[in-house]
Every structure is written in C-alpha cells, then in structure tokens.
Design a protein around this ligand. Structure first.
Ligand SMILES: Nc1ncnc2c1ncn2[C@@H]1O[C@H](COP(=O)(O)OP(=O)(O)O)[C@@H](O)[C@H]1O
Ligand SMILES: [Mg+2]
Length: 335
C-alpha cells in the first residue's frame, strides 16, 4: 500500500435546524486515499456529498456540527480543530476545496491576482506582490492558462475559464488534497473536458497529492478517478476501483445506478442518478436497518431491522448490505 494522504475514520456530522432538529447528513463515513490517487464520490442529490466535503475541510459553522470521527491528512489529525484554526493552517495549504458552484462565488469586481494574493497571504503573510505574481504566472503557464487572466475580473471570463482559474488559484500552494464538489457539472462538454484535463495535470505534475472528486455524473467518475465510493443517505454503501464499481457493482443501490449507465462514449454527457424509483429516507430519522431497504428489490424483512455495517470483501472493497456477495452476484446474473 502506498503512502496514505487522506484517511477518514467513522466521520459523523449533522445539521441542526432552526427547530433544533438534527439532520444526520454524514453518518459514519470511512475511507483512505493514497498518494497519487483520486477517489470519486457518487450518489444522488441529497445523499450528503457536499456535506462530506464541508466536513472534511472543517467547515463547522452553524448549522453544520461535528459529532465524531477522525480526519487525518498525511499523518496529522485535523478533526476537532476549530474552524478558524482550520482556515489558518489547513485550507489552501493542506486541503484545497472547490465548493459546488465555486466559479459563481468569485467576487466579480476583484481582479484574479487579488484572489491569488489572498490564498498565498493566508499562509505567508509576508509574501510580496511581485513574488506572488511571478509564482502565479509560472503556475498558470504550467497549467496552460494565459497570464492575462490574472489582471481580469471574474465577470470577464467564460464559465470554463473561470472554473479552471478557481482550481489553479485554489491549488497554488500545492496542497496535499484537492476536494472538488461537482467541479464540471455546470459546464458545456468542451469546458468540462478542459477542467478534467487540468485536474489530471495538477496530479501528474505533483501540485496536488490526492483528489476527492464529487459528482452525480457516474460516467465522469469512471473516466477520471482510480476508485469510486457510492454514498446513500449519509453513508458509504460500496467502495472499489472505478472498474470494479462500474463492471461488478455489488450493493443493490450501486447495481441500480450502474445499470442505468452505459460506459460513456467520447463526448457524451453523463446520465444522472435518477433511474431508481423512490426517494431516499429522511435524514432526521434514518431507518434503523438498511437505509436503502425501502427502495431495494431484494430486501428481506430482516434488512429493515438490522443495523448494517460495512463488510469488506476482495481486495480493498467493501459494501453495506445484509445479503452476501455471492448471492447478490448470482441474482444479478440471472436477471
Ligand atoms: N443547511 C442545512 N440545514 C439543514 N439540512 C441541510 C442543510 N444543507 C443540507 N442539508 C441536508 O443534508 C442532506 C445532505 O445534503 P447535501 O450534502 O447537500 O447532499 P448532496 O451534495 O449529496 O446533494 C440533505 O438531506 C439536505 O437536505
Ligand atoms: Mg452537493
């Protein structure tokens, strides 16, 4: 096994609503990413992907609260740090975070170079403007972005260029982990490809050491990431390599998702994860048994009552289902 860059152990976080109700949006998530690897997170809307991203980078501002679990970056446990400490020591330097719709969050009246200054000075308060500019120009050149962009305002850039700029600037300090939440979902196919290409380059050139790529577009994950985990109702229901997850999904939820996609052809947009009838459970009161049981074609009575733990199988794979791997494979084969 290679050097583990990000390890998450049994992470639990929740939202507390105005009416003091808890929403358990991340409920016992564990995974590892090794150096040089990318992990994809798939799952339909509302399953907790964005909350997982926020939780990983310590964004614990109300209504989001940390409950328990560990987040270890390159051997250093950052769980339990207060959000200000996270901002000072982790964000940008250890973890770069590209929030969902990041490009629309850029201040439109500010030049891109100011944004670079903010990122660098958050960790190197004494860095001077000239040095910052030369670092930014060098990095932009390496990533194929024109240096003129540095003197433009966000409003002057196209969607694709804006998103590539956000990613380039957010990773300028060469962090260990890049967390990208639906980084290409709002873009046209050409821009989407350019964003993906740049993310690959960041990894190949060693500007980031690992990547967590979140999307609801499964074919994209197959193209981009080494491993995939499928999230459902705040939990990870299956993990494996991208190939295993697409060609041999075990959990009935992953199986349903994968069944609804074909391996994408060049240039096709991904299918979204809406092919399984029914809706996910309410995360204020998650079911005591399997969270997918209500929608599962194979569920037995006991599935509704037994708390289901992650079951390891094969090499580095796991799934969260009461039914055995062999049994599930056999059922799928005969469908
Ligand atoms: N600010 C919030 N307050 C309360 N509940 C929230 C808040 N944001 C998200 N949620 C709930 O948390 C769950 C997970 O949401 P989210 O992480 O955004 O999912 P995804 O990114 O997979 O679409 C959903 O049930 C959502 O309704
Ligand atoms: Mg989201």
């Amino acid at each position: 096994m290679g050097n583990v860059i990000l390890e998450v152990r049994d992470l639990k976080t929740k939202y507390v609503t105005r009416f003091h109700e808890d929403v358990f949006a991340v409920d016992g998530v564990s995974f590892k990413i090794e150096e040089g690897k990318s992990l994809g997170v798939a799952g339909e809307s509302g399953c907790g992907k964005s909350t997982l991203a926020l939780s990983l980078m310590g964004y614990y501002f109300p209504p989001l609260h940390y409950i328990s679990g560990d987040i270890i970056i390159d051997g250093k446990n950052i769980s339990g740090l207060d959000p200000d400490a996270v901002r000072k020591t982790v964000l940008g330097k250890e973890i770069a975070y590209i929030p969902q719709a990041a490009m629309n969050a850029l201040n439109p009246t500010q030049k891109i170079i100011r944004f670079v200054e903010d990122v660098i000075r958050a960790h190197e308060p004494k860095a001077d403007k000239k040095e910052i500019r030369s670092r930014a120009e060098a990095r932009f050149a390496e990533l194929g972005l024109p240096r003129e962009v540095l003197d433009k305002h966000a409003v002057e850039l196209s969607g694709g260029m804006k998103q590539r700029t956000v990613i380039a600037v957010s990773t300028i300090l060469s962090p260990k982990v890049l967390i990208a939440d639906e980084p290409s979902s709002a873009l046209d196919v050409t821009s989407q490809k350019m964003v993906i290409k740049m993310m690959r380059e960041l990894m190949e050139k060693g500007y980031i050491k690992s990547m967590l790529f979140i999307t609801h577009e499964l074919p994209l994950l197959y193209d981009v990431t080494d491993d995939i985990m499928v999230m459902y109702a705040g939990q990870i229901v299956e993990k494996g390599t991208a190939k295993e997850m697409v060609f041999d999904p075990i959990h009935p939820y992953s199986h349903g998702l994968m069944g609804s996609i074909l391996v994408p052809e060049e240039g096709t947009r991904g299918t979204t994860l809406t092919a399984i009838p029914g809706t996910p459970p309410n995360l204020k009161k998650p079911p005591q048994g399997c969270r997918f049981a209500e929608r599962c074609r194979y569920a037995k009575d006991e599935c509704r009552y037994h708390a289901i733990v992650e079951r390891p199988f094969g090499e580095g794979r796991s799934y969260r289902c009461l039914i055995g791997v062999d049994q599930l494979r056999e059922v799928y084969e005969h469908e």
